[in-house]
Write a protein that binds this ligand. Structure first.
Ligand code: ZN
Length: 498
C-alpha cells in the first residue's frame, strides 16, 4: 500500500497593499485534522483525500496553512511557517512513496518573491530527489521555474469563479498515483505570455478565456497528457515571473507537451486587450449617479479585500463629498484607528475622526464629524457561504448623508453580510460602495439601477497600469506599449535529470 504525504501553504497577496500580514492570519491544520476537516469538502485537499481513500492509499497528513488574500506576508512569519511545514516532513523522509502539495502560487513575503518555490526546494532536500511530488495551484497562481524544477508535475484549477477545488485535488492525486504505481515519466512544458489580464472575459463559463481552459481539458482526454492548464496569475503579485502562462505535462512526449502549450498561449494572446477591466473614471461615475434615481452600486474592485487590498480606501466617498453628492450612501472601510475611537466614545457620541488613509497612504484621510450609531465586534458568516469573518472592533458611523461601516480588520465584501450584521440594509440607501470585483447577482445586480465599476486608486485596481509594477519582467502588456509575443517553450523533466 503506497504511503502518500499531504502538505501545503496557500495564500495570494497584493504587493501594492502596504499592510503586511502575519502568522496569525493563517488557518493551520496539523496531522489528522488536515484529513478530518477536509474529508467531503469542496477543497483541493478534500478532493485528494477522496481519491487516495478510494485507491486504498495510506495518507500521511502533515501540515497545511491557508490564508485569505492580504498584503505581503511578513518574512519572519513566513520563515516560521516554512520551518513548521518542513519540520513536519522530516519524520517521514524515506518512508513515503509520494507527496501532494496544495499551493496557491501567488504568495509573496516582504523578502521572498517565490515562497512556494522555496518550500518545494527545501522539501526536496528533506524528502530526496526520487520521491514524486505533485502540486496543485490556483488559476491565479504564478508558476515559477523553481517550482517546476522541484515538482514532478503541476495541476491547476479550470474554473473562474473557482468551483473545482475538489476536482483539482482529485486530478493531482490521480496523477501522483500514476507516477507512483505505473512509473510514468512526466515532462512539463510551459509557455509564458507577457500579459496581465482582468475583467469579465476571464469568467471561464461565459468569457473568451474559457476557450483556453476547454482546450486544456480537451488535451487531457489524450491518455499521454497528464495535466494541462492555463494560469492567468494574480496581477497584483509583483514578482519576477508574474505573467500569464499555459502548461502541459505528458508522459515523456516533449513534442506533444510543446504543441499544446504553444497553441494554448498563441490562441490567448490576440484576446489580451479584451481581457481588461472596463472601468468608469471616478469623477464621471459620481456625476452620473448623482443624476440617477437609484439604487446604485459603486463597485470598488481597487480596494477589494478578497483580492488582497487593505479595505482602507475612502476614495469614492471623498469624490462624493467633493461633488456634494445629494443621495444617501453606505460605505464600508477598514480603519482600526477610527474603530477604536468610536468604541472609546460609545454609542450616541459625536466624534471628530479621520476616515481612511490610516493604513494605506495612497488615500488622504477625510476629517469628518461623525455620530456613533452602533458598535460591534463579533465574528460573522458571509451570506455566500459559511466562511467566518473576524472584523474586530466595528462601528456604524453617520455623517450627513454618508453611513460608514467601519471595521478593525479587513473582511470580505463578496456579499452584504458586513452591512446586514451591523443593521444596515443596502436596499435602504441610494448608493452602496461594494469592495469586490464580482458579487453574485442577487446581492446587488438584480435590484440596482446601475452597478458602476469605478476606476478608483487601490492596491487591487483593474487599471493595471496604475499600480506601479517594478519587479515583473518587462515589457508586459498592458503596462508597456508595443509588447510582442513569441512562444518560447521551456521544458522541465525530473525523470530525464535523475
Ligand atoms: Zn484564484
Amino acid at each position: 500500500m503506497p504511503r502518500i504525504l499531504i502538505t501545503g501553504c496557500e495564500q495570494e497577496i497584493s504587493t501594492f497593499n502596504p499592510v503586511a500580514c502575519h502568522y496569525d492570519f493563517f488557518n493551520i491544520l496539523r496531522g489528522d485534522e488536515l484529513v478530518e476537516l477536509n474529508r467531503g469538502r469542496n477543497s483541493t485537499v478534500g478532493g485528494a483525500v477522496k481519491h487516495f481513500e478510494q485507491a486504498g492509499v495510506e495518507i500521511v497528513p502533515t501540515w497545511h496553512a491557508q490564508g485569505d488574500a492580504a498584503g505581503p506576508l511578513d518574512h519572519a512569519d513566513f520563515l516560521r511557517m516554512a520551518t513548521e511545514l518542513l519540520d513536519a516532513l522530516k519524520p517521514h523522509a524515506g518512508k513515503i512513496d509520494g507527496a501532494y502539495f496544495s499551493l496557491h502560487g501567488s504568495m509573496g513575503t516582504t523578502a521572498e518573491l517565490d515562497p512556494e518555490g522555496y518550500l518545494l526546494q527545501e522539501a526536496r532536500k528533506i524528502l530526496g530527489e526520487e520521491v514524486p511530488i505533485v502540486i496543485s495551484l490556483d488559476l491565479h497562481g504564478v508558476l515559477t521555474a523553481r517550482m517546476m524544477q522541484h515538482a514532478d508535475a503541476v495541476v491547476s484549477y479550470h474554473t473562474y469563479p473557482h468551483v473545482d477545488f475538489a476536482n483539482t485535488g482529485e486530478r493531482a492525486a490521480k496523477l501522483l498515483l500514476r507516477i507512483v504505481n505505473d512509473g510514468i515519466k512526466p515532462v512539463g512544458v510551459r509557455v509564458r505570455v507577457p500579459a496581465l489580464v482582468r475583467g469579465n472575459e476571464l469568467i471561464t463559463e461565459t468569457g473568451l478565456f474559457g476557450a483556453q481552459i476547454r482546450y486544456a481539458q480537451e488535451l487531457q482526454q489524450d491518455s499521454e497528457v497528464l495535466s494541462a492548464g492555463f494560469l492567468i496569475c494574480n496581477p497584483f503579485t509583483d514578482v519576477p515571473e508574474l505573467c500569464s502562462q499555459g502548461f502541459v505535462y505528458t508522459n515523456g512526449n516533449v513534442q506533444k507537451a510543446t504543441d499544446g502549450a504553444v497553441k494554448m498561449t498563441t490562441d490567448f494572446w490576440p484576446n489580451r486587450a479584451k481581457m481588461q477591466g472596463q472601468l468608469i473614471p471616478l469623477v464621471d461615475a459620481v456625476k452620473k449617479a448623482a443624476a440617477m434615481k437609484g439604487p446604485i452600486a459603486f463597485t470598488d474592485a481597487a480596494d477589494a479585500t478578497s483580492s488582497g487590498a487593505s479595505g482602507n480606501s475612502n476614495a469614492i466617498v471623498a469624490e462624493m463629498l467633493r461633488q456634494n453628492y445629494p443621495h444617501t450612501v453606505l460605505a464600508p472601510i477598514a480603519d482600526p484607528t477610527l474603530a477604536a475611537q468610536a468604541h472609546e466614545a460609545g454609542v450616541g457620541a459625536r466624534i471628530r475622526g479621520k476616515v481612511g488613509g490610516s493604513l494605506d497612504p495612497r488615500y488622504t484621510p477625510l476629517d469628518m464629524e461623525l455620530e456613533v450609531i452602533s458598535l460591534s465586534d463579533a465574528p460573522f458568516d458571509l451570506e455566500t457561504w459559511v466562511f467566518t469573518q473576524v472584523p474586530g472592533k466595528s462601528a456604524v458611523l453617520h455623517s450627513g448623508n454618508i453611513t460608514f461601516v467601519v471595521t478593525t480588520e479587513p473582511v470580505m465584501h463578496v456579499d452584504r453580510a458586513l452591512f446586514l450584521v451591523n443593521g444596515q440594509n443596502p436596499k435602504d440607501f441610494h448608493s452602496t460602495v461594494v469592495k469586490s470585483p464580482h458579487c453574485e447577482p442577487q446581492f446587488f445586480n438584480d435590484w440596482v439601477e446601475a452597478n458602476l465599476n469605478v476606476d478608483a486608486p487601490g492596491a487591487t485596481s483593474a487599471n493595471l497600469k496604475s499600480l506601479g509594477h517594478t519587479i515583473c519582467a518587462r515589457p508586459m502588456y498592458p503596462l508597456d506599449d508595443n509588447v510582442e509575443f513569441t512562444p518560447k517553450p521551456e521544458v522541465f523533466s525530473r525523470s530525464t535529470r535523475n
